[in-house]
Write a protein that binds this ligand. Structure first.
Ligand code: BGC
Length: 382
């Protein structure tokens, strides 16, 4: 089967799955899909936080918490049916509250960087936190990753999910407008984790939402991801300055260490990615026939376990980040000290600093419009 037919099949399955999932909540429909809710602790402000476990009949298990609408665990099979958790993170809420590099969170209101934390919209200037000096990163000091979201369980005949909602007040973190956001994670019977985003606003505002999971297909805490084979369906990327702000060009990957149009191990040319701390931390411009159309963006394979992750997205770009800032100081799950390159992120989103870059697709949401994005992570083993 070629990529195109897999893509069509996945999108067709998704439509069926989600339709079924939107039905009334009922455990009777398919008892093999499970959802469990537990208390996860309290924020420093005394807000209770819950954690949900959802599972499909194949044993794929996902944990999601109301803190940051975060994906904290993802257990998928290898080629022999052995399950491992393939996302980096912690075992307890306290460790997340103590601060971390956006493990599994929903990042926003504007994920990625805004140059110098400044932008103008409809003749008005806005100043945001420069929490990644000199730039604004992932929505600021107290972004969506640090909010407690409302949660609703969804169970259907062939999918199970959790729908998170958060209403960001006008002016929060310096952004204009009240923004109502819904993020739904759905686990389907074909081992896909689907993340759907929706938002509406009452004033024009920039928006760019993404999930910031750090993956290691051999299992979190198992060492570096440098031997995993990456294929990114992008002929172009957005070159950046030394503060990781795009120059505005759309550059070809061909002939550079950025070229993953054919499967290559992540480590094959990573040493050539100069700078401090080096590695990949770049936005790829995905090959698309139509803007907004879901397409296969990435295929990653771990040769040791045979696990394969394919990502389909409606977004124009994907930020490929190789965990360059991990330095062994964070004790993750089961005390695993995460080192540089122990995980990779594939953040499907709009291009960095789009609000200041007239040549990039717009990230402005106006009143009366609906922001939507859908990203599918499909797991197989070979
Ligand atoms: C950024 C990195 C940053 C990381 C924070 C990524 O999305 O591109 O530069 O260090 O998030 O964890």
């Amino acid at each position: 089967m070629n990529y195109r037919s897999i893509e069509i099949l996945t999108i067709a399955c998704l439509a069926v799955s989600l339709f079924a999932c939107k039905g009334p909540k009922s455990y009777k429909e398919n008892p093999d899909f499970k959802v469990e809710k537990a208390e996860f602790g309290m924020t420093k402000e005394g807000e209770p936080v819950q954690i949900f476990t959802i599972e499909n009949p194949n044993g794929v298990k996902v944990k999601l918490t109301t803190y940051g609408a975060m994906l904290t665990e993802l257990h998928v099979p290898d080629r022999n049916g052995g399950f491992t958790d393939i996302v980096l993170g912690f075992d307890d809420l306290e460790s997340y509250l103590a601060g971390h590099p956006y493990f599994g969170v929903i990042a926003g209101r504007v994920a990625n960087r805004i140059a110098k934390g400044k932008f103008s919209l409809n003749g008005k200037d806005y100043t945001l936190a420069t929490n990644n000096a000199p730039n604004h990163l992932h929505g600021g000091e107290n972004g969506l990753d640090k909010k407690v979201w409302k949660a609703e369980e969804l169970i259907g005949s062939n999918a199970v999910g959790i729908r998170f909602a958060y209403s960001s007040p006008d002016g929060e973190e310096g952004y204009p407008g009240k923004l109502d956001i819904v993020v739904t994670y759905t686990l389907t019977e074909d081992n896909s984790l689907v993340i759907e985003y929706e938002a509406v606003t009452d004033q024009a505002t920039p928006i760019n939402l993404t999930n910031h999971a750090y993956f290691n297909l051999a299992g979190e805490g198992s060492g570096t991801i440098l031997n995993q084979q990456m294929q990114i369906f992008a002929d172009h990327f957005t070159p950046v300055d030394d503060t990781l702000i795009p120059t505005g060009e759309i550059g070809p990957v061909k002939g550079t260490s950025m070229d993953f149009t054919q499967p290559m191990t992540i480590g094959s040319r990573i040493g050539k990615m100069v700078g401090d701390p080096g590695g990949y931390d770049h936005n790829y411009v995905l090959n698309k026939k139509q803007p907004g159309q879901s397409s296969l963006a990435v295929r990653v394979k771990d040769p040791s376990s045979g696990r394969v992750m394919e990502i389909y997205t409606t977004e124009p770009g994907v930020q490929f980040y190789t965990g360059n800032f991990l330095d062994g100081t964070l004790e993750g799950k089961a005390g695993n000290a995460y080192q540089k390159n122990d995980g990779f992120c594939l953040e499907c989103q709009h291009f960095p600093d789009s609000i200041n870059q007239p040549n990039f697709p717009s990230v402005v949401l106006n009143p009366g419009e609906k922001y939507t994005q859908t990203t599918i992570h499909k797991f197989t083993a070979e």
